[in-house]
Design a protein around this ligand. Structure first.
Ligand code: SAM
Length: 451
């Protein structure tokens, strides 16, 4: 019996996520390194592990039809092994015998030797049943080829509460729900930013393997290779940053203001992606950035991202508790959120997030936006940003704060991004993975009256 190291490594990733609560994107490189996997083996491991995690909802629905007992009673490790088998069969087009045999070998080698033979027999029997239909036939068999939220949740492998929240956020564009859920299952190509003041867009686009981005005037897409191999990434003139993050930062820099403090503030700066863009833009107009981050290790990341040429000041502390006194022209408050707009980046996050996280984050989101209103100068502008389109984390927070602060005016944020089409949610910017190829970033721009 030989166990394929790439498949073993994929099982390690699933175990790390399940047992150690690891982030797959952080666990994977360590596991690959420890097992000495690179090139095609590493790519196979990544696709297998990430695919099994993303598609867990649909695969579990299929597997539940193929076991003679209740699927919930199957032990967690055997479930992981079966999900890896199903992804090879239905998601990766690995030939049937190779997928079944290698998954049975994985089952024989996993866990205590006592139960190994029985586990392998069980895995073999279940996967044989899976092979009786292809993916389309399974979808039809399960009755999930329709448009109801329940059907879409299984078809596109999302928890039902997330599907409901995304449907609400789409509003009158509800018919795009299937496209959005589908886009969450497509891994994003690394998006790059030419950090203002450090490298021009033309210089970045001259790097082999980098093509122009779709919307942002600072963006490129890495179509070949990995970001870490680029000298410009190592020196920090280029960063890895979703175009949505670039656009919301640019919109803040373009908002009309009547204050003149020449000080800008990033209240939730770690790890510093938006701060690095703001820093360059601020220097171009003679302003200076203050970047605050609560956690010391993340504040260090902000300093590293800003580099040595920066004029910005990095502070470690709680932005919500600080006594601000209206001293900033432009304030970015990129609050901690559920990240429901970035599900395509973290294959396991949809299963880890709970509906209670939304209410759990609400007080921090409100107190941070309240603090931002105190920090902005009369005539200055606050950008409230989330990488979640959830109504309760976006519009509701902004509405509540605006009710309590009549001195605020909601600016027409989409008008400040003329290069982007179809991004308005009323006066707010809402980007979408299926429509824009970005994370589902939300932006509200609030101006404090000059009086
Ligand atoms: C969504 S992330 C910000 C991402 C960042 N703007 C970027 O583009 O790289 C939120 C950050 O805010 C920090 N944070 C949360 N609450 C905070 C607070 N009260 N004061 C300062 N930082 C806070 C978190 O530690 C986290 O690093």
């Amino acid at each position: 019996m030989s166990i394929d190291p790439a498949r073993e490594a994929s099982l390690d990733v699933l175990r790390a996520v399940r047992v150690d609560d690891a982030y797959a994107n952080l666990a994977l490189p360590i596991i690959l390194r420890n097992r000495g996997l690179s090139g095609r083996d590493a790519a196979f491991t990544t696709e297998l592990a990430y695919g099994a995690l993303r598609w867990q909802g649909l695969y579990d629905a299929i597997l539940a039809q193929c076991v003679s007992r209740d699927w919930e009673d199957v032990d967690p490790m055997t479930k992981d092994i079966l999900r890896l088998g199903v992804h090879q069969l239905l998601g990766m087009r690995v030939p049937t015998h190779a997928a079944v045999d290698s998954t049975c070998n994985l089952a024989k080698g996993a866990g205590s030797p006592g139960g190994a033979k029985a586990r392998a027999g069980f895995v073999n029997a279940v996967l044989r049943k899976v092979t009786e239909r292809n993916l389309d036939q399974w979808i039809e068999y399960l009755g999930v080829d329709g448009d109801s939220e329940q059907q879409l949740a299984i078809r596109w492998s999302h928890p039902a509460w997330i599907v409901r929240a995304l449907a609400q956020a789409l509003g009158e564009k509800r018919s795009e729900l299937g496209d959005l859920l589908e886009a969450d299952n497509v891994p994003a190509k690394p998006s790059l930013v030419a950090r203002p003041g450090r490298i021009s867009l033309d210089e970045m686009l001259a790097i082999p393997g980098v093509e122009a981005g779709r919307w942002s005037p600072l963006a490129g897409t890495l179509v070949e290779g990995i970001p870490e191999s680029l000298e410009e990434i190592r020196t920090g003139s280029v960063g890895v940053q979703d175009e949505g993050s670039q656009l919301v930062t640019l919109a803040l820099s373009r908002a009309p203001i009547t204050s003149h403090t020449n000080r800008w503030l990033d209240m939730c700066a770690g790890p510093g992606g938006k701060a690095a863009v703001l820093d360059g833009l601020a220097q171009q107009v003679g302003a200076r950035l203050v970047a605050v981050e609560q956690h010391p290790h993340r504040a260090k990341l902000v300093s590293n991202t800003l580099g040595l040429e920066t004029t910005a000041e990095v502070l470690t502390g709680d932005s919500a508790q600080h006594e601000w006194s209206g001293e900033f022209d432009r304030v970015l408050v990129d609050v901690p959120c559920t990240g429901l707009g970035a599900l395509r980046r973290r294959p396991e996050s949809r299963w880890r997030r709970k509906i209670s996280d939304v209410s759990g984050l609400a007080p921090a989101q409100r107190s941070l936006l309240n603090a931002a209103v105190k920090a902005v100068a009369p005539g200055g502008v606050v950008a409230y940003v989330t990488c979640s389109p959830h109504f309760a984390e976006t519009e509701l927070v902004v509405q509540d704060i605006c009710k309590a602060h009549p001195e605020l005016t909601i600016l027409d944020a989409p008008a400040l991004l003329p290069e982007v089409t179809d991004a308005s949610r009323g006066k707010f910017v809402q980007l979408w993975p299926h429509r824009h190829g970005t994370d589902a970033m939300f932006l509200a721009l609030l101006q404090r009256s000059a009086e």
